[in-house]
Design a binder for this molecule. Sequence first.
Ligand SMILES: [Zn+2]
Length: 163
Amino acid sequence: MILSTHAILGAAVASALPSHPVVAFVAGFASHFAIDAIPHWDYPLKSISLGLAARNDGRLTADRLRDFAVIGFDALAGLFLAIAIFGTEANWVAVVAGAVGGMLPDPLQFVHTLSPGEPLATLQRFHSWIHSKRKLTWPLGVSSQIAFASAVAGTAIVLQMAS
Ligand SMILES: [Zn+2]
């Protein structure tokens, strides 16, 4: 899944735990794996492999800067949408914690390739085990994630209004 989808789901989960930022973070982190199991589309990265791969290193090449720009934009858009949709004055710490927790497993995959020891090795095994092996192609992939994120946001807003 793209990071913004993870951020929105993490924030949705967190908005149910407005006064427990730590629990919201853990719940957001867990939500990452739940939706990675659904077949989805991921944007192609030119220089970064999410997994042990020779092409991962600490060098800054043009391709890597481009990848970091895409990832950074995705993450910032996710954070922005998460706060815009779910944030209130009372719950924003939990919402940010949930959104960051929801996105974190993916950057940890990159960290793992640079430093392949424990505990990240176990996390990496779990992550690639649960991650859907079916890849959706472009048009369906993007629209299905927008639809999914909107459904999550809509459900959470209705639940909030009802409570
Ligand atoms: Zn993932």
